[in-house]
Every structure is written in C-alpha cells, then in structure tokens.
Design a binder for this molecule. Structure first.
Ligand SMILES: [Zn+2]
Length: 185
C-alpha cells in the first residue's frame, strides 16, 4: 500500500510562525517519523521533501500542483499532508483535518487520524472540515490535510517543538492510518 506524505511548506515558504516555532520544521520532523513508522509496518512511502527545501519549487502554486502531481504519477493509495496551524486568537487549540469532499473515504480516514491524535495526545478534537486546497482538489486518491495544533497557542507551541511530542503525534497519525486501512499484507 502506497502512502504519499506531504510535509507542508518548505523552500521559500516557512509556513506559520508562532511562539518562536516555525511550521515547516515541525511538519518535516513529524513527517519523517511517520514515514519511518509506516515503512517499518510494511507500507510503501514517499515524502515530497526530506529536508527544508529539497525539491520544493519557488513558485508556490506550481509547488502545490507538483505535490499532487507526484502523488498521482506514483499511484499513491493515500495522500497525507502534515501542517501546523495558527490563529489570531492565542487560545485557539486542538487538532483538525481537511478534505476536499465530506462523506468520502478521505473524510473517514481524516476522522480516524484526528480521533487518534486527540485520544493519544489529549488534544481538543476540532473534527474534519471541507476545504478547497489545491493538494486535496488535485490528488486522485483519498487525501487528508492534518493540522496538528496551533503554534500561536503557547502550550501547543511547546508541544509542537518537542521531539518527544513530535514522535508521539507521528505514532498517533500512524495508528489512525492503520485503524482505517489495516496493515498492508
Ligand atoms: Zn501549513
């Protein structure tokens, strides 16, 4: 079973910044750990980037199209985009996920991931919502964009920056994927 992992942002685009923590690095660390867990369990995994910037295109829209195109051309079974959130409200916190259409396999996978993260890490479960994001719209397979937590929330920023928490959330995402897909055989 092929899983394409998209660590959000990178290259010229650091993503959100809050409480001194930068999104692209959180996304990358969690994605690398998630890839390791999935490979150990027998999944076939590709990452869009494995450093801050390798392969990331300068033009943001072209880069987003490229992320989806790579997953499509590889024939991925599932597409998982890892992001970290920000808000004008410092109190905003919790895990949420986005899919292109509700009532689909994408939504069921997203719910499984969000529920696992909330159960394992104690994060507030903000549920699964619809969004017209390019990586979700342009991918041909079930696709989920997870927002792990809010960098603009002081407590969550500490967690998101912690290697131990990053490993724990990767494990929770992994469990959410396995709960939905089963282990590959
Ligand atoms: Zn992001």
């Amino acid at each position: 079973m092929k899983i394409f992992i998209d660590p959000g942002h990178g290259g010229p685009d650091p993503g959100a910044v809050g409480n001194g923590v930068t999104e692209e690095f959180v996304n990358l660390n969690v994605s690398l750990e998630l890839a390791r867990l999935l490979r150990d369990a027998g999944f076939d995994v590709r990452l869009y980037r494995t450093t801050s910037d390798d392969g990331v295109l300068e033009n943001k829209n072209a880069d987003l199209r490229n992320r989806a195109a790579q997953a499509n051309s590889w024939g991925a079974d599932y597409f998982i985009s890892i992001h970290t959130n920000s808000s004008e409200r410092p109190a905003a916190q919790g895990v949420e996920a986005y899919v292109y259409r509700l009532g689909t396999a994408s939504e069921r996978l997203a719910q499984s991931i969000v529920d696992s993260v909330s159960d394992e890490l104690g994060s507030i479960n903000r549920g699964v919502m619809q969004a017209n994001f390019a990586v979700l719209r342009r991918t041909n397979m079930p696709a989920v964009l997870v927002e792990l937590g809010y960098l603009t929330n002081a407590t969550e920023a500490l967690n998101l920056n912690s290697p131990a928490w990053q490993r724990a959330v990767a494990d929770a995402i992994f469990q959410g994927i396995v709960n939905y897909t089963g282990y590959p055989v």
